[in-house]
Write a protein that binds this ligand. Structure first.
Ligand SMILES: [Zn+2]
Length: 380
């Protein structure tokens, strides 16, 4: 076993507050509360230590996607780990049901091995009016029997399904998902305010990238945004890449929902951690220019090229959100939603030693997952 390590002198962000000149003891794969005498001390003064990031919604990175082969999936996972994401839910995009069922089988094996934290099906049960970068001809209504097929194909590894709950079968599907312990996420939806309230009452608990792919907030048609923001039972996903949301919209959502009800996600596609150029998002072609991904046909925004280290830095330095709140939204809240907060999502003894080292400007300077450095500490 590797010798124990004491990361000492950092500003450590704990659920109870920020500890200046704090320390985190790593023993084997876990965080410990006491350091053995032979522990190696790493001086990380002048840095922040925060929990590893947890991404609920991510389609790929490093030129590879979660719709690809096992090797592609691992490439994408590794890419995001280099950017601090130590727990990641792999998202699919709308495709043929047979293709999705097959992919679910493959992804479930990787979840079994601990490479990913589960599967998020985004589509095909979404609204043609708010399809975003999903193939219209492959969309379908959320018939519970169809939704069931995907959950079964995921062999206990389905974590979340994004659906337009106003479509025929939508409310019954929300109930089905809730019964199976799968998060019903409202998104790519054209629902009214009232329809959204009904879906939340039926058991939906997440808003898929709030604001994006849903009707805007109107003064007499408040739509899903108002219903999702006001309900304590809902966690809202936000994409903080400077492209998907105006900073004022992000602020509005963050302050209205409160730090305990926000999850920062990437919604990343293959180009994240890779570069501009031509990519595929499921069956659709995407052009990435200056880091912004758009469909070749029609120009819809097609996921992001965001990584969570960039989202973290932006949230603190541009949006001016408190570090403690950003840690909640990027680690603790998504971990709680996934039911893994007993293992990850905070820097507490007994949990996996998943952590991110940031410098004073919030640039990533080290990543540890389960006690091993994924990015060696750069302590300039
Ligand atoms: Zn997505």
């Amino acid at each position: 076993m590797a010798p124990s390590k004491v990361l000492a002198g950092a500003r450590v962000v704990l659920p109870t507050g920020i500890v200046d000149d704090g320390r985190v003891v790593v023993e084997g794969t876990r965080i410990s509360d006491t350091a053995p005498p032979d522990a190696e001390t790493v001086d990380v003064r002048g840095h922040w230590l925060v929990p590893g990031f947890v991404d609920l919604h991510n389609h790929g990175g490093g030129g590879a996607s979660f719709s690809g082969t096992a090797e592609d999936i691992l490439t994408a996972v590794r890419t995001h780990r280099l950017h601090g994401t130590t727990t990641l839910v792999a998202s699919t995009v709308t495709d043929d049901m047979d293709v999705l069922a097959r992919q679910a089988g493959l992804l479930s094996e990787l979840a079994e091995q601990g490479d990913i934290a589960g599967i998020h099906f985004e589509g095909p049960f979404i609204s043609p009016c708010r399809k975003g970068a999903h193939s219209e001809k492959l969309l379908r209504d959320p018939e519970p029997a169809e939704v069931r097929k995907l959950i079964d194909a995921a062999r206990g590894r389905a974590k979340m399904v994004t659906l337009a709950t106003e479509l025929p079968g939508g409310i019954d599907s929300v109930r089905l998902l809730a019964e199976h312990g799968v998060i019903a996420a409202i998104g790519h939806t054209d629902a009214t305010y009232e329809q959204t309230v009904e879906a939340v009452d039926a058991g939906a608990t997440v808003a898929t990238h709030l604001f994006n792919a849903m009707p805007p907030l109107g003064h007499r048609t408040p739509g899903p945004i108002a219903a999702l923001l006001e309900d304590e039972r809902i966690t809202v996903e936000l994409i903080d890449d400077g492209t998907h949301l105006h900073p004022a919209s992000l602020q509005l959502a963050f302050h209205h929902a409160g730090a305990a009800r926000v999850a920062f996600i990437t919604d990343a596609m293959d180009a994240a951690g890779s570069g501009d150029g031509r990519y595929m998002l499921g069956p659709l072609e995407v052009e990435v220019t200056d880091g912004v991904a758009r469909l070749v046909q029609g120009g819809s925004i097609a996921g992001s090229t965001l990584t969570l280290d960039r989202a973290f830095r932006r949230a603190v330095t541009v949006d001016r959100l408190p570090v403690q709140d950003v840690v909640a939204a990027i680690s603790a809240n998504p971990a709680r939603l996934l039911g893994v907060y007993d293992r990850v999502g905070s820097l507490e003894p007994g949990k996996d030693a998943d952590l991110v080292l940031l410098d004073e400007e919030f640039a990533l300077k080290g990543v540890m997952r389960r006690g091993a450095w994924v990015v060696d500490p750069q302590l300039g």
